[in-house]
Each structure stands twice: as C-alpha cells, then as structure tokens.
Design a protein around this ligand. Sequence first.
Ligand code: UGA
Length: 434
Amino acid sequence: MDISILGSGYVGLVTGTCLAQLGNCVICADSDNKKIAALKKGIIPIYEPGLEELISNNLEGKRLIFTSNIKDAVRNSEVIFIAVGTPSLDNGEADLTGIENVARNIAINMAGYRLIVEKSTVPVETGEWVKQTISMYIKKKIKFDVASNPEFLREGSAISDFMHPDRIVLGVESKKARDILVNLYKPLNAPLVITNIKSAELIKHASNAFLATKISFINAISRICDKVGADVQEVAEGMGLDKRIGRPFLNAGLGYGGSCFPKDLDAFISISSKLGYDFELLKSVKDINEEQKTLLLQKIKDTLWVIKDKAIGVLGLSFKPNTDDIRNAPGFDIIKALQTEGAKIRVYDPKAMKKAKDFLKGIAFCKDAYTAAKGCDCLLVVTEWDEFKELDFVKIKKLLKRPLIIDGRNIYAKEAMQKMGFTYLSIGRAPVNG
Ligand code: UGA
C-alpha cells in the first residue's frame, strides 16, 4: 500500500519503518527540516534498539522515503497516519494544534479518496474534530474516511511491540476503512479489536491509565511494606501469580515517567472533567507517583543527615532502560533536589548523558558506573539498566567513601548486598533482620 506518516517522532518513525518492513511504500513526513535531512542519511534522533538498522534497510530497499513536504506525502498515498505530538498544555489538556494543522493540510492537498488514521494518543472525540476540520477545508467533493488505530508500543522494545502486538485496535466507520486496515495488518497475525472511533480512542487512554494505576497501586503497597517490614517484591509475586492480576507493571520504585503516562493521565483527567466526570482515582495515581520521589529523597536524608557537600553517585538518567529518553525521568527531579541542597553529583547513564547535558548543569558526567561511584558518600540507582545489575561490588565498595547504596528500582538482592557489607536501602523492602 502507499502510506504516509505525518510526524516522524517516536511513534511515527517506528510505525513508518515497520510498515515499510512489511512491504509497503511509506513516506515519513515531518516539518522539521533538520530532522528529515538527518533521517535521509540514516541518522536517527533517538536511541531505540534495532531501529537504525531497520531504517537503513528500508531506505536502501526504497520502501521508505523521508520528506519535509507534507503536500507530496498527502498527494502520493491513500492511507495517511497522523502521528504528530500532542503535548500537555499548562492546564493538563492535550494540545491538539498539531493534529488540527495536519488535518487542514490533508484537506487542502488530498487528490482522491484518503483514509486518515489517528495514530497519536488523543482525547476521545478527536476523530470527530478531524472529520469536521477536513470537511470544512476540503476544496472539492472528495470522499474520505477517518479511523483510529492507537499504538501500544513501548520505548526500548518498540519494534518487537509493533511487530508482535497483543492486539490491534481499529476504530472504523465504513467497510472500506475496515478492509484497508485489516489488510494492512494481516501480516502481523494479531488479534483484532474492531470498534468505533470513540471506543478506540478510549481504549488507548484507558490502557495507559490502568497501567499507571497498577504502578501507583504497588508503590502505595510498598509504603505499607516499609512500615511493617514486609517485602514488596514478594507481595507483587504473590499477587501477580493470580492470572486476573498479572505480574507485569507491579514493580515498585521511583514511579513512572516518560512522554506517555504523565501526559496521557493529565489529558484523560482533563477530558473527563470537561465531560462532567471528576476522575479522582487518576488524580490519586498521579499524587502517589509524585510522592515516590519525595520518599526516596527522605530515605537519602534519613541516612546521610546533612546533604550539603556530600558526594552522591547516580546510576541512570533515562526514564527507563534501553532508551535515551529523559522526558519526565524521575531521576532528574531527584538530582535537582539534591543539587538544591548542595550535594555534589556524579552521574553515569549508558545512553542518556548526551541529551541530559543540556538540562543538568554543574554535575560530573562519568564514563562508567565505577567512575561515578568514586569518592561518593552514597550510590543511588534511578534507572534499572541491565549493566548496573552486573557490577563488581567489591570494586564499588572500595571506590565509595562509605558503603551506602540507595536503590530506587529494587534491582539488587538485599541479602547479598548486606552480606557484602553495604548499607542497602530500597523501596518497600526492609533490610534483612532490620
Ligand atoms: C507506555 C505504554 O506501556 C505503551 O503501551 C504505550 O504505547 C506508550 O506508553 C505510549 O502511550 O506511547 P512507555 O512509556 O514507552 O510505554 O514505557 P513503559 O514500559 O510503559 O514504562 C512507563 C513508565 O512506567 C517507566 O517510567 C517505567 O519505569 C515505569 N514502570 C513500569 C514502573 O515504575 N513499574 C513497572 O512495573 C513498570
């Protein structure tokens, strides 16, 4: 099929590349000329395992084209995916300026029937607005359909999530739109949920909100664990074996970050309130998530007492492993709070330091975890990269000024850490015999 993807951010880039890999001709468009110039050379603006190779294969195979000319993209494709950003406004509402802009552009430039598919996460009823906008700006009487096909890929495992999805959600209003999309996704052989546009939009918001709720729920449980000396990981195992609950997304820690959950929760709370429902549950989910950072800071203070002039080594920066994305990364807030109190920060992250340098000033960016630990009063884990799980702790202990590890992601076995002579604090896991 001839497809164009408007917006070459995370979702647009992965969707376009994977659809090309499935044998379609894909034009990825973006108004950012610099980004497009780099992409044409195979230079990608994000770190996502496997994406660079896949882009270069499909560029060579001429199934993937990058352009900053949206007009051309709209003219030369029957199926158009909207994958532009929907950032949060100050009041939490989703900013739909990009979507509106693209809808107008499609209307002005379409040369024949087009299926316009919402891929970006949008508030319920955005499909209606897209339809109205296109009808308003369209020049001739050309037929078109709007559909919703939300994306569920996660950063860090985006390609495999796209290629092997748990389900594909199609919100459609005509047989033609349904047939095109069913055909497009046939090679993935995944369960299809075919519904109307509003339900599809809601499936996406509800899924992200539910996953965020699961995380805040286990984080709330971790506080009770801390108080009574129970172990939140064992509680999560015990809960997770119940198939109705499931183990994923029950890892207690510093809470969720990234470009999706925080933004989507704000937008969902906001649209619910506009529709006359006060979604208090989600407001609590947000509050619990914010408090996780304060609680970790309190643990640091309870152990180090005075923070001023203490050297603190920080392992991790990205909001989760296998990505260089630092948007709403919980570690950033922790580092900034510690800096405000006068701590000297030494940090190491395998992929995110380049991006972080623009936002974090006055800290030492180190070449590895050992250099970050050198001479520190405390070592803090804020992102659970695999390489942090395999450190040489005899070496780490020698490098630290004081054998103190505060683990915001519960990645180490507490018994083993204590045996090695560390004071080891984590989230919702009381020290052994302590
Ligand atoms: C999330 C969803 O998982 C995807 O399905 C969705 O497509 C995407 O948002 C989106 O809307 O675009 P993502 O933000 O990439 O994906 O990452 P997740 O793996 O979901 O992690 C989100 C946050 O939750 C991370 O900060 C992670 O550290 C945290 N988390 C996750 C926990 O604190 N505990 C857990 O048990 C799991």
